[in-house]
Design a protein around this ligand. Sequence first.
Ligand code: FAD
Ligand code: SF4
Ligand code: SF4
Length: 477
Amino acid sequence: MAGERMLKFVTVERDMPEKRSADVRREDFREIYAEFAAEKAAEQASRCSQCGVPYCQSHCPLHNNIPDWLRLTAQGRLKEAYEVSQATNTFPEICGRICPQDRLCEGNCVIELSGHGTVTIGSVEKYITDTAWEEGWVEPPKPAQERTESVGIIGAGPGGLAAADVLRRAGVQVTIYDRYDRAGGLLTYGIPGFKLEKDVVMRRNAQLEDGGVTFVLNCDVGKDIGFDEIRSRHDAVIIATGVYKSRSIEGPGAGSPGLVRAIDFLTASNRKSFGDEVPEFDSGELNASGKRVVVIGGGDTAMDCVRTSVRQGAKSVKCLYRRDRANMPGSQREVANAEEEGVVFEWLSAPKGFTGDPVSGVMVQKMRLGAPDASGRQTPEVIPGADYVEDADLVILALGFEPEELPKLWDQDDLPVTRWGTVLAQYGSGATDLPGVYAVGDIVRGASLVVWAIRDGRDCAAAILEGFDRNRAVAAE
Ligand code: FAD
Ligand code: SF4
Ligand code: SF4
């Protein structure tokens, strides 16, 4: 009986795939978790209580049908589990690896809420799709029938790629323009290999190409080609450019050599992992080897910088964050991983300036949390007289990202943007006020998550297809 295989959370303890020891994983950029063995995946999936109202599903941005694919995995019906899983998620193996599950599906699992430890949803999702790749079940988006309509997508990150996949499967002619030399956006050049190995991303890019998606790489829209030109080539255009303007810092010494932006540091490191020539890495400018590194920030980007520094052979790695551990935006799981790897966190510490030229230290102000602000978050306040200098040879600024000024860069005064500079697009479809122009992912939401970019890309593609079908129906009347 199918039901007998489930509800095992009372007798079977929560277990994650094996994690490589900190000493070993500090030495390379490979992922830190192993794969579940088949029996282990089935056993862990069988802990699910098959809720009638599954909170895991409602807290997954893609509304993945989690209980169904857990049941099928527990029953050993993996191909069907994969079919169900890929029906709502374009890149399940990527989400299984890098979604902050503790804040999404797993954090809302009823078993977790009842104190038994969540079902390990992300690891099972990864296992199902990695198995599907091994077994050859993952099909390229080759349509049964071609359509004449064409869509141009600016940006080959998860938002753009997810839209491309849906459109291409429906037979649309899809061209993706990206200023980088490889597709994948932050999956390729932002997120380090120890969270997401690069061949996982590259095989998706290859599969889209195989399915007939045209990639125009090394093409910076606004410089190498105008936005109007792209609009004139396609029936619809999707803006999926992400957010890349790094927030800067002020104070004495803020322009000194030795202060670098997180995105530059991580991109250089990822390029090195691909075997590319990276002069700024070889010169030491973007290389933590042998240095006392201080990373400023408390988000996921800061966590990736500290752990990359460890792997590059830094002498010491510290992370300064102005609030405390409970109030940081980054995932607690990543903080724990970083601590295991030897990173020291200095909570309630804010930079006031920098000493030396090149930099030799960070002037730190100690903080305490005061009264809540309008958003309910406690505001950090300076503790007078508690300043000190933290020694540093390399300071990495991970203070968040803002959108580039697209209307100006692309000479598009009519492109509607919010007061934060994100593109103003309709919820659900991504449609902007410019006819035939849509926008998805971080450029609409501000710095967000891969799973939300995928959701936007899929929804936008569906809306575009509906529009194409409507136009055809009108033309046929
Ligand atoms: P992006 O992935 O940023 O892709 C945008 C693409 O557009 C890029 O390839 C860029 O080259 C291209 N582009 C931009 N402008 C132009 C132009 N003018 N012409 C041509 N091409 C252009 N999210 C998670 O869910 N889990 C994580 O663990 C996680 N870790 C992260 C770690 C770091 C260091 C960072 C920076 C982000 C992380 N995120 C994480 C967030 C996640 O990566 C983003 O939310 C997601 O990639 C957004 O997808 P996107 O498609 O909107 O944009
Ligand atoms: Fe959880 Fe992310 Fe998978 Fe949704 S996509 S089930 S949030 S890991
Ligand atoms: Fe299963 Fe937990 Fe989802 Fe309930 S909330 S269906 S127990 S994974």
